[in-house]
Design a protein around this ligand. Sequence first.
Ligand SMILES: *Cc1c(COP(=O)(O)O)cnc(C)c1O
Length: 396
Amino acid sequence: MAKEWKNRTKLVHTGTRRSQYGEVSEAIFLTQGFVYDSAEAAEARFVQAGEDEFIYARYGNPTVRMFEERMAALEGTEDAFATASGMAAVNAALMSVLQAGDHVVSSRALFGSCLYILEEVLARFGVEVTLVDGRDNAAWEAAIRPDTRAVFLESISNPTLEIVDLRHVCTLAHAVGAVVIVDNAFATPVWSYAHAAGADLVVYSTTKHVDGQGRCLGGIVLGRRDLIRGRIEPFVKHTGGAMSPFNAWVMLKSLDTLDLRVRAQTETARAVAHALAGHPAVERVLYPHHPAHPQHALARAQMEAGGTVLSIEVKGGKEGAFRFLNALEIFTISNNFADAKSIVTHPATTTHQRLPDEQKALLGISPGLVRISLGLEDPEDLIADLERALEAVETP
Ligand SMILES: *Cc1c(COP(=O)(O)O)cnc(C)c1O
């Protein structure tokens, strides 16, 4: 029955666990431990915990479980395990499927901390990592080998919104028995196609669209039950990356409005992309569903919508970009995205500052590149603010 519900119904109801008080709104079970009726009951629970039986908050908690079940229902996976942050989720996914001597192939346009795990941490434990241009199907084909155990990628990369042909990569990976791990932050859980395209593990930083209001860190790994319960749960529960029940409650309440928020923010992003394309102060606009995106056809084929973030290249390099950022009134200068508040980021001097210049050039992170995350404000106000600020670029 619940399986047939549409996403908006699932987001409000799936996985609700009511206490003996019959509360309407999901309760926060802010407890570390759980009481057993007898010594025998404690022993039995340690042998095999039932569906509604918990042992310790690092292993599981009723509020966290509600959140996990609701997210799994949305993504369409059998199960999910929530983590303290998006990075705890990425780390758990990689660490729980890999061991020394394994080979991993990953797209190279990655969130800095993901790149750190692949290049610094995994390398120290004897895992060989090959980085490829995620847009290039032939590069994936050349890099994936019979001993490749995992493939890692961001379905839409940050900040240039490069797109991976997910079905193609999944087919190549599965032919050699590799586990495909997709960091799906930019695609959003509302427009996700990762599980449907064949990803074995889908990872979200729920800090982004799920919270969506800039409050809590969180993450989640979704996938088949054997992988989630057999690999991810033991790794997270013993290494300490569990989600706090308070954060799970914030996330759970946010799911009530996730679909409405992401749809509104996506519509605003689409309108902004069209308003800024061809503007005399803008070199180029990068938005997956805008015809100027180099992979527009793939974006249309793969994704129902273009997401809530776009990037633009402002004329006049760093100076032009800074003038633009400083002239904005509604947009906040920050490094996060997917917030109710619209945010602008200058990747070359902040999130991607540490990359050597050649690497920035390779990834398309030019001095004039500005990432724009659309919030919940009125789109007309936002477009007016952007157009007014772009005048500062033209007339110094
Ligand atoms: C934000 C982000 C992360 C990390 O998430 P945190 O919740 O900050 O730990 C990982 N991958 C991508 C693509 C992200 O955008």
